[in-house]
Structures are given as structure tokens and as C-alpha cells.
Design a protein around this ligand. Structure first.
Ligand code: ARG
Length: 297
């Protein structure tokens, strides 16, 4: 089965200032703080696991005033243009508590040769959070509702010259698509349709020829959809037996890395890492002027 072309180069943010200072999702509770040394150890074990699988992981420092910056997936959407130029569309976070993260991410990316852009910023224009966006099949699949706004899909499609397929997220606990969707290879993905409205759940299932469906409870209690794939290895925060049996039957290896301290902020392995090697023309068909496909209302 053909592997994903991407997923071999990530950025991540070392958790030097990880805390729960505010509440912007149902997992967060300022009375339940992460244990610093445990979080540090879990994060390093995750990064070493990825490197051990042959992935490159580049590390950004964390701002002291940005406790959620550890969830690097939300800094921006990285793609490599057809001419080979790495690009990043920086996020425009829904909540002001996270907006300063991109002020630090922008120069970091620019210094490393990425062309940087925005679809909205400083509270003006469309919200985009990159944890909502995944290359899969013939499009960039983008969840919208709790964080990303529908208008951002149009900008992404036009600015990048790609097809964008929107899915409406309605579940408050799966506020980013990466809590409910994990591409595994070209035909398979972990999906939790309970995150979406009925039409979008049907649209997602129609996009994935061989879905591995999680129940709402599995997705919320194990974060199993918030996993990443390096070649044929799925790196997961937890793996229910039923899920493991299906993955192994499909020929994947499963590696479980405990990142439970980060679940206190509402994110897991996918949220802690951000792939920057999705190529337009290879992993995402190029569609001049872009195109947005939305599920029926
Ligand atoms: N506390 C963070 C927030 O609510 C968690 C982000 C999780 N990241 C993700 N890609 N789902 O924004």
C-alpha cells in the first residue's frame, strides 16, 4: 500500500514554559497543572522516538508568555511549493491568548528559508489554526467551526493553488480536525465521525477508502486520532486493542509514547509536532487558482 510521501520532517517546541494558564478547550483546567519534569521527559522521548524512526525534528524555543506554544501543530501550515520553495501559512489563532506564538514562529521560519504568509492576523481577517488541515487524497482537508473559519479555506485554496475540502466540526471536545482524523497512507486514515455534523461525517467517510473508525469515547479518552505516521510506523499516545489489531493487519507497526502531561492542555502527539514536508504536486494536486469544496448544508 503506498505510504504517505510526507511525515519525515517536523518542527516541535521544547516545553520549557508549559502550563495551564487559561481555559480555551474542555480539557484545560487551571487547577490541574502538568508536572514539569514529567512533561519534559515525555516530550524528549517523543522526539527521540521520531528521530529513531528516521524523521528530522527541528526544535523552536518556547516563549515564556505562551504556555500553549508546545502545540507546534498550530503555528502554521507548512507546504513545499512545486518549485521546491518551503512555505508556511502562519496560523491566525481564534483565541488572543495564543496569537503571540506566531510573532516568534514567523522569524524562525523566515531565517530557515521558508516563505511566510498569513490569511489573517492580529485579530483581523479569517482565523486559521493549522491543526485543522491535512493533505489527504486529492485535497487539503480542513476542519472549520470551533477554531478555523470557513473564509480561511478560500484564502488557502487561492493562495496555495490547491483544492480544499471543508468539514464542519461540531464537537466541542474535538475542536481541531487532528483530534478526529489521522491520515495513515494513501487509502487509509483514522477517523472519528462524531466530531462532525452529519453531512461532513458522510463527506469524510466518502474521502477515505479504508477508514479506521474511532468512537467518540475512544477519541476523547485516548487521543488515538492525534497520532502521526512515519513511513509504516504509527506513533500514538495510546492504542486500544481493536485499533492495534486493525493497524497491524494493514501492515503498520505501532509505537506508543506516553505524552499524558500534554493531554492536560488538550493536545497529544500530532499537536506537539508539525510536518513541513507536504509537497504540492506530489501530496496535494496543484489546482491553479484553487478550489473549495464544502459539504452540503
Ligand atoms: N491548548 C491548546 C489549544 O486549545 C491545545 C492545542 C491542541 N493542538 C492541536 N493541534 N489540536 O489551542
Amino acid at each position: 500500500m503506498s505510504e504517505l510521501g510526507w511525515g519525515h520532517h517536523y518542527i516541535a517546541v521544547e516545553p520549557t514554559h508549559f502550563r495551564i494558564d487559561y481555559v480555551i478547550n474542555p480539557f484545560m483546567d487551571t487547577a490541574v497543572q502538568p508536572d514539569g519534569p514529567t512533561a519534559w521527559r515525555q516530550w524528549h522521548e517523543m522526539v527521540e522516538t521520531l528521530r529513531g524512526l528516521g524523521a528530522r525534528v527541528d526544535v523552536l524555543p518556547q516563549r515564556s508568555d505562551a504556555p500553549d506554544m508546545v502545540y507546534a501543530m498550530n503555528l502554521g501550515l507548512g507546504v513545499v511549493a512545486e518549485d521546491g520553495t518551503p512555505q508556511v501559512v502562519l496560523s491566525h489563532m481564534r483565541y488572543p491568548q495564543r496569537r503571540m506564538e506566531t510573532d516568534s514562529a514567523q522569524p524562525w521560519f523566515a531565517e530557515r528559508g521558508f516563505a511566510t504568509s498569513y490569511v489573517g492576523r492580529d485579530g483581523v481577517g479569517a482565523h486559521l489554526e493549522a491543526g485543522d488541515a491535512f493533505a489527504f487524497g486529492d485535497a487539503l482537508v480542513v476542519g472549520y467551526g470551533p477554531r478555523t473559519e470557513e473564509l480561511a479555506l478560500k484564502h488557502l485554496a487561492a493562495d496555495l493553488g490547491i483544492r480544499v475540502r471543508g468539514l464542519r466540526i461540531t464537537h466541542p471536545g474535538m475542536y481541531h480536525l487532528d483530534l478526529a482524523f489521522c491520515p495513515l497512507d494513501e487509502r487509509r486514515a483514522i477517523v472519528c465521525p462524531a466530531a462532525l455534523d452529519e453531512e461532513s461525517a458522510a463527506a469524510l467517510l466518502a474521502l477515505v477508502p479504508e477508514p479506521l473508525v474511532l468512537t467518540e469515547e475512544e477519541a476523547l479518552t485516548t487521543f488515538a486520532a492525534n497520532s502521526i505516521v512515519v513511513g509504516r510506523t504509527v506513533v500514538m499516545p495510546a492504542c486500544p486493542d481493536r485499533v492495534r489489531a486493525q493497524l497491524e493487519e494493514w501492515g503498520f507497526d505501532v509505537v506508543v509514547v506516553d505524552v499524558s502531561e500534554f493531554h492536560k492542555g488538550g493536545g497529544s502527539i500530532r499537536c506537539l509536532t508539525n510536518p513541513v514536508d507536504v509537497r504540492i504536486g506530489r501530496d496535494l494536486p496543484s489546482v491553479p487558482n484553487g478550489e473549495v469544496v464544502l459539504p452540503p448544508v
